[in-house]
Design a protein around this ligand. Structure first.
Ligand SMILES: *[C@@H]1O[C@H](CO)[C@@H](O)[C@H](O)[C@H]1NC(C)=O
Ligand SMILES: *[C@@H]1O[C@H](CO)[C@@H](O)[C@H](O)[C@H]1NC(C)=O
Ligand SMILES: *[C@@H]1O[C@H](CO)[C@@H](O)[C@H](O)[C@H]1NC(C)=O
Length: 460
């Protein structure tokens, strides 16, 4: 996905929708956050609007992709929001297309590395699909047919392929932003990639009870701290280039970086009950206060870009993940309930008030603080409103299952081990000089072996 301050990807994808949104309707999404039926009905209206963007289930179309300008990862995020939608509301409307798309994109090794995405797929992109699979396992989303990859197996496959990419050769460790050497941004080590891996490891640790995942979560947390991507005040910065030993840190702060560490730390607290993790959860939560305005109280905003209208396509969806993970944090670390709930309530209510656009009056805006539609329309901002509205049902649903407590998804600790090794030659499109510009300086054949265990990967 795109990182502000870095023009790795074409700028035509930016803000295409701003100002093109059209009419405002007399209808609007009605929401009373204190009433479960009202929340469910608002969520349905918002999700129905969101699904007008998706056509992958139609014959001849491609399951799991959104149209331009939306990148593939955001579709993974969408299926996660639909799994959450089903879990919160019980409405099965989009279950089948979710399963269809996830199986389609998971591919032969179940790790969400389809060859079609090799030109852009980063570790962060992959992990958003991994999160969707993990959520499906944790929520007992209906399992795929037994001859197909299973939810837990997919999450493990993503974990295993990423653990194999842990890279101590520069900056003392961490995950690179990009997976493939030929992609722009290969030299960038970033917080969302390493943070995504951290959260997935922590959730796998909780679900399976396997210590290996906890060890990796610890390792990822420690590295983020040592490299300085987390400040002493628990701000999470964006990342840095490994060409300068990760010293020159891009200090932009995004909602989702706070969120990805919040739920990861809360999951580790749930696993270990160690006061160290409780303290970290509390500090991440406190540091996240900067993403909420005072007036109206407790309403979330993307402070790095929203007030100056520079949020790019990917960034327009980020608030949704913070909302999603704050709600999940309540289950993992119930002591956070009273600090988080007022924020989900106020933000959900304000966000829903922006949903008065379009013919049905269900198109939502980007600026929730203004509590009215801002005449923009965008897939990611629609998904974000869905997440924060449905998050208000968190007190009505059961906490995530685990392998020994209610979980039914079949795992495979060695999933993803089959090497995925697409090369530019195998791609269905030519790699241009521009595509290569800024790509890695890695030239030698590199093999990362993981202490004799599962994963390995060969770089062409
Ligand atoms: C990859 O692209 C081809 C051609 O558009 C399409 O037929 C195929 O379904 C795509 N694969 C995935 C996993 O999306
Ligand atoms: C772990 O999660 C469960 C389920 O939500 C919860 O009941 C329990 O209190 C949590 N553990 C801790 C230490 O907060
Ligand atoms: C725990 O996870 C590791 C890493 O995936 C795996 O190698 C190992 O077999 C797992 N152990 C069990 C008991 O499943």
């Amino acid at each position: 996905m795109k990182v502000a301050g870095h023009s790795f990807r074409p700028s035509w994808a930016v803000l295409l929708t701003l100002g093109l949104a059209g009419l405002e309707s007399v209808d609007a999404v009605e929401l009373n956050v204190n009433n479960a039926d009202s929340i469910k009905s608002a969520a349905k209206d918002i999700a129905t609007n969101m699904m007008t963007y998706y056509t992958g289930m139609n014959p001849g179309d491609n399951p799991g992709n959104l149209p331009d300008p939306y990148y593939w990862w955001e579709a993974g995020a969408m299926f996660n929001s639909l799994i959450n939608y089903w879990y919160y509301t019980g409405d099965e409307t989009w279950n089948d297309i979710t399963t269809q798309a996830m199986l389609w994109q998971a591919g032969d090794n179940a790790a969400f590395m389809p060859a079609n995405q090799s030109k852009t797929e980063g570790n962060d992109d992959q992990v958003f699909w991994g999160f969707a699979a993990m959520s499906a396992a944790e929520r007992n989303f209906p399992n795929p047919p037994s001859d197909q990859p299973q939810w837990l197996e997919m999450a493990q496959a993503v974990f295993n392929t990423q653990a194999a990419r842990w890279d101590p050769a520069t900056c003392g460790g961490g995950l690179r932003w990009q997976i493939f050497t030929w992609n722009n941004g290969y030299n960038y080590k970033n917080t969302i990639s390493t943070g995504g891996f951290f959260q997935l490891a922590a959730r796998l640790a909780r679900y399976t009870g396997n210590q290996t995942y906890s060890d990796w979560a610890d390792k990822a947390w420690d590295w983020i701290t040592e490299v300085g991507f987390r400040s002493n005040e628990y701000n999470f910065w964006d990342g840095a280039s490994d060409l300068s030993d990760c010293k020159d840190i891009n200090k932009i702060e995004w909602t989702y970086n706070n969120g990805v560490f919040l739920l990861g730390a809360a999951s580790m607290y749930n696993v270990t009950e160690d006061p160290k993790w409780k303290d970290r959860v509390q500090k991440i939560l406190n540091a996240g206060e900067i993403f909420f305005v005072q007036e109206p109280p407790n309403v979330m905003y993307e402070r790095a870009c929203e007030t100056v209208n520079t949020c790019m396509v990917d960034q327009r969806s980020f608030k949704g993940y913070l909302a999603r993970w704050m709600a999940d944090t309540i289950h993992m670390a119930p002591f956070t309930h009273d600090q988080i709930m007022p924020k989900l309530r106020a933000t959900g209510q304000a966000a829903a008030k922006t949903c008065t656009g379009g013919e049905q009056g269900t198109t939502c805006g980007m600026r929730w603080t203004s509590q009215k539609w801002d005449h923009t329309k965008d897939f990611g901002q629609q998904m974000s409103v869905l997440e924060v509205v449905q998050a208000n049902l968190i007190d009505y649903v059961a906490p995530p299952v685990t392998k020994d407590h209610g979980g039914t998804s079949k795992g495979n600790p060695n999933a993803g081990g089959k090497p995925v090794n697409p090369t530019p030659d195998a791609l269905s499109y030519p790699i241009t000089t521009a595509d290569r510009a800024g790509a890695g300086i890695l030239t030698a054949l590199m093999m990362i072996t993981l202490g004799g265990s599962c994963g390995w990967l060969i770089w062409d």
